[in-house]
Design a protein around this ligand. Structure first.
Ligand code: FES
Ligand code: MG
Length: 591
């Protein structure tokens, strides 16, 4: 323990060592004895460190945290703390219906109550699958107790027929091949299942790898933590070090509020561009900033993120997967490039106790195939383009995955560079899309733009990853692999579609998407960041009389509460008003 450790009365002592409430202290202590803990341990003034366990059989991406927690515990014990492990609400991206996004705020609420209401002095947040990272950081911010992120790490690289196959990316590729009649059902399944060869979360730069990278970029995990594959021995070693560090954070009184500043969030936005990160980072970072009490605007993605080049050659924007990314230096090597280029604020504090710049010393990549130098990137201006117009006030487009073929086909007409006009084909939810996409009567061709609504936080409910719609089979067979799409939902972080996403306000909230009709012309001006339906105001007013397109009724009590409280994706789809609860740990809950 370093000399600057502050000896002070710990939060947990109000439970376990409170002379004014001997009866309560007895009650608080006694049941912890029943698995062999002693009163001496709990009353010694040692930091009690929670381990927020996100792994379980129902969240396979994080399940190995059940084993890794043993090494976290060892680290906590060796540093003089006491571990207390507890489960957090499961968030399994691929399996939770109608979408795991519905449960992010539920997991957040649950974790806030645990961190606030139990005798914990600090917490190790075990993360992995997409929403497990933002929900945990949102809660740690609200309560503001010393916290550190421990990522589970990606699966090993997947291989099939001598080719790398990545989580999600193989699904999108295979479903196009299947629709074009190039592979059988069995070949589809075989390729997809090969992408998951070990424990861990998605091995592409999907939302899981992205959010864990951004937790590290924010300064909330130890340097190099995010990219270590789940099955590597370094993962267990990182678990031990993280446990140790959690105790020191309590003794040094380093809290999320010391780390999660606006500068840290802007660093994260820039890192997201450089890694070709998921579009889901936009609502999640926004939500984390809100609960941290940090001002972040939707436009920050354009202003601070858009011009950053793509440096990570990792799927879906690039070629490689998690193992090679880790060996190339992972997140620190990306941040080293950005720091040398003056694109990272190196003064930001981090959980290591050092500044970000200090953490990044000597972290340059050794593998230039996978992590490009800032001056020779895979692609210039790889951030999110922010759009607005009469269809929505805010939406984003991930430029790092828009193929050159697509750009050449649509955005290079002489005299109209960067401007696209197309005929809208409108779907109400994904069932409607699947039922009608191959209907020849819709007349979908190269100049069509696919629109989906009813897929936002209110409409779905929860906001679904359905905007990356593939073209009809007859176009796929002709080699047209993607059409521009627009939606008030999200898209998978592993998708490579030219999609305009996260449109806010959504159709179900009366946004402009509610009034568009199949056959309308949509004009997208990429230079100006504008996206409009070319329909006059009088006609839009007439359509408003038809009312907002209907959405499914609430299916569960939580769906009802979620819809009553949720904000739009532009604002992070947080619980309205929850951000007024800041730094809860400044006060103790009543007995
Ligand atoms: Fe869990 Fe991708 S489905 S990380
Ligand atoms: Mg996803």
């Amino acid at each position: 323990m370093s000399a600057d450790n502050v000896r002070r009365r710990l939060r947990s002592q109000d439970w376990f060592d409170n002379p004014d409430h001997l009866d309560m202290t007895a009650l608080y202590l006694e049941r912890f004895m029943n698995y062999g803990t002693t009163p001496e341990e709990l009353r010694a003034g040692k930091p009690i460190i929670g381990i927020a366990q996100s792994g379980s059989d129902i969240n396979p991406c994080n399940r190995h945290h059940l084993d890794l927690a043993k090494r976290i515990r060892d680290g906590i014990r060796d540093a003089g703390g006491i571990p207390i492990e507890f489960p957090s609400h499961p968030l399994f991206e691929n399996c939770k219906r109608p979408t795991a996004a519905l449960d992010r705020n539920l997991a957040y609420l649950g974790l806030v109550e645990i961190l606030y209401g139990y005798p914990l002095d600090g917490v190790v947040l075990t993360t992995g699958c997409d929403k497990t990272t933002p929900s945990a950081l949102m809660a740690a911010s609200t309560v503001d107790i010393p916290a550190i992120v421990f990522s589970g790490g990606p699966m090993l690289d997947g291989w099939h027929d001598g080719e790398l196959v990545g989580s999600g990316t193989v699904i999108w590729r295979s479903r196009r091949k299947y629709a074009a009649g190039e592979i059988t059902r069995e070949e589809f399944l075989d390729a997809a299942l090969s992408s998951a060869p070990s424990i861990g979360h998605c091995n592409t730069m999907g939302t899981a790898s992205t959010m864990n990278a951004l937790a590290e970029a924010l300064g909330m995990s130890l340097t190099g933590c995010a990219a270590i594959p789940a099955a590597y021995r370094e993962r267990g070693q990182m678990a031990y070090r993280t446990g140790r560090r959690a105790v020191e954070l309590v003794l040094q009184d380093i809290r999320p509020s010391n780390i999660l500043t606006r500068e840290a969030f802007l660093n994260a936005i820039r890192v997201n561009s450089a890694i070709g990160g998921s579009t889901n980072a936009q609502p999640h970072l926004m939500a984390m900033a809100k609960h941290a009490g940090v001002e972040l605007t939707p436009e920050d993605w354009q202003v601070h993120g858009f011009d950053i080049p793509l440096l990570a050659n990792v799927q879906p924007a690039g070629a490689w997967l998690g193992e090679r990314f880790h060996r190339a230096g992972g997140v620190p090597a990306i941040m080293w490039e950005l720091l040398q280029a003056g694109k990272i604020d190196g003064h930001c504090a981090t959980v290591t106790g050092k500044s970000m710049a200090e953490n990044l010393e000597n972290q340059q990549s050794t593998d230039r195939e996978v992590i490009k130098p800032f001056d020779e990137p895979l692609r210039e201006r790889a951030g999110f383009l922010v759009l607005k117009g009469n269809l929505f006030d805010f939406a984003i487009m991930k430029m790092s995955v828009v193929s050159e073929g697509f750009q050449a086909r649509y955005l290079s007409e002489p005299g109209r560079e960067g401007v696209f006009e197309g005929r809208a084909i409108v779907f109400d939810g994904s069932e409607d899309y699947h039922a009608r996409i191959n209907d020849p009567a819709l007349g979908i061709d190269e100049r069509s733009i696919l629109v989906i609504r009813g897929a936002g936080p209110l409409g779905w409910p929860g906001s679904a990853e359905v905007v990356n719609m593939q073209p009809p089979d007859y176009l796929l067979k002709r080699g047209i692999m993607s059409l521009p799409t627009i939606g008030d939902g999200r898209q998978s972080g592993t998708a490579d579609s030219p999609s305009i996403l996260n449109a806010s306000p959504e159709s179900a909230a009366g946004g402009g998407l509610a009034w568009i009709r199949t056959g309308d012309t949509v004009r997208i001006d990429f230079n100006q960041g504008l996206c409009d339906m070319l329909v006059d105001e009088a006609e839009i007013s007439r359509r408003k009389a038809d009312g907002i397109p209907p959405v499914p009724a609430d299916g569960t009590p939580w769906q009802m509460i979620y819809r009553e409280t949720v904000t739009q994706l532009a604002d992070g789809a947080t619980i309205r008003g929850a951000d007024k609860f800041q730094k809860l740990s400044k006060t103790l809950p009543r007995h």
